[in-house]
Design a protein around this ligand. Structure first.
Ligand SMILES: Cc1cc2nc3c(=O)[nH]c(=O)nc-3n(C[C@H](O)[C@H](O)[C@H](O)COP(=O)(O)OP(=O)(O)OC[C@H]3O[C@@H](n4cnc5c(N)ncnc54)[C@H](O)[C@@H]3O)c2cc1C
Length: 371
């Protein structure tokens, strides 16, 4: 289910604002309108939907399954056909992972030049897939890689793309996507104008990956021939690297214990770290903690840090500034401890304790140690 944050366009000064130049939007094939998302449905004709899930080095990016869940919902509500395409080399095992899901077809686009990701290789291969499948709607997870190639792909077809969506609905025969704007302070409804294919990507945490449905029978896996020449690829991929040696990928953590300025001093961090370990989770932080150098930048959650969607997010001494909330609001369960009963973090928390973290962290630690 889509969770919306309390600060929404309902209260926003931007409520009735339409983006600057309608004409320029129309030339991109999209139109935006700022308002509160709801779940009203309207008749929408059946479509041909193409999902482009993401793998890297033969490992799934879990946001792929969240987008699969969203694509399945749209397909079910509109009686649409849904296929997925896998690009790479040696992708058969991953295609077999995907086939049991409720899909009409899994396309397998393999080529030596797709073994390592390049924006040119992916764009050119996907142009060929789109020519063949003729999708009305192309859905992608909003990952760094997708941000790299998908706008190029859409633009090469003279189409716009609605990126980083947190939800959708159908209304008056149109599919309407919801995007956060102004760092999550308001939300805009954005829809496509003009002929398909339409491109949209979904933000991590907007949908639940574990709700992607499997089918009674596996989808057929269809290999698709791709024509690519080395001269068409203008970049050479180097080794993948992580910026810092100790870099942690918080997006994969099922449980996150996050500390904010309420932790007061770096000497107090080990107690939160111990609690995170006892939970079997990762330690994360608000920006001031990383700005101070108390924790490395890769532990920062928020608009200028990581966007996370764990099963549990425990916020300790974090006020809940919008720049922090946009990075963690996709958590399935949010629990917060803050001594200020009016802290904005309580607006997004499923469970809140008004109290002192220096009393509650030791109490929680003790309780978990006893288990
Ligand atoms: C362009 C831009 C980008 C930004 N990007 C990010 C980002 O990516 N991530 C991010 O987090 N921030 C980001 N920020 C900063 C953001 O606006 C906030 O300043 C920041 O999130 C506040 O961090 P905090 O909640 O830890 O600190 P504070 O706002 O100072 O809150 C500390 C909280 O701790 C509570 N507290 C204090 N002592 C205790 C105690 N003993 N027990 C319990 N509670 C206690 C207080 O009541 C308070 O609510 C960004 C800002 C800008 C302008």
């Amino acid at each position: 289910m889509l969770k919306t944050i309390a600060l929404h366009a309902k209260e926003s000064p931007f409520r009735n604002l339409v983006t600057p130049s309608e004409r320029s939007e129309e030339s991109l094939g999209i139109r935006a309108d700022f308002r509160r998302p709801d779940s009203s449905a309207g008749g929408l004709p059946a479509m041909n939907i193409l999902l482009i899930p993401e793998q890297r080095e033969a490992k799934w990016n879990p946001v792929s399954f969240e987008t699969l869940g969203a694509a399945q919902q749209i397909a079910a509500q509109t009686q649409s056909r849904l296929s997925a395409v896998l690009l790479g080399k040696g992708m058969r095992p991953l295609a077999e992972d995907l086939a049991p899901y409720k899909l009409d077809e899994v396309l397998l686009a393999e080529h030596d030049l797709l073994e390592r990701y390049t924006p040119d290789g992916f764009t050119l291969a996907l142009r060929q897939i789109i020519d063949r499948v003729k999708p009305d709607l192309v859905l992608l997870p909003h990952t760094y890689q997708v941000r790299d190639f998908a706008p190029q792909l859409a633009a090469s077809l003279g189409k716009g793309m609605i990126g980083d969506c947190v939800g959708y609905r159908h209304e008056n025969g149109r599919l309407v996507f919801v995007r956060q704007m102004f760092q999550g302070k308001t939300a805009a409804d954005v829809t496509f104008v003009g002929a398909p294919p339409w491109f949209a990507s979904f933000q991590a945490g907007a949908f639940r990956g574990d709700q992607a449905e499997k089918a009674a029978a596996s989808a057929p896996i269809t290999p698709v021939e791709i024509t690519l020449q080395p001269a068409q690829i203008r970049t050479t991929p180097l080794e993948l690297f992580r910026e810092a040696k100790q870099a942690v990928d918080l997006t994969q953590a099922p449980i996150i214990v996050a500390i904010g300025r309420g932790i007061k001093a770096p000497e107090n961090i080990p107690m939160a770290e111990k609690l995170a370990k006892l939970f079997g989770g990762e330690l994360a932080a608000s920006r001031p903690i990383c700005d101070e150098g108390w924790l490395p930048m890769d532990r920062q959650v928020g608009s200028s840090g990581q966007t996370v969607a764990p099963k549990l997010y425990l916020a300790l001494g974090i006020s809940g500034a919008i720049q922090h909330v946009v990075g963690m609001k996709g958590a399935r369960t949010i629990a917060a401890i803050n001594k200020d009963p009016h802290a904005p973090i309580f607006e997004v928390a499923d469970y809140g304790i008004v109290g002192d973290i220096f009393e509650l962290i030791p109490a929680l630690t003790e309780a978990l140690e006893k288990k």
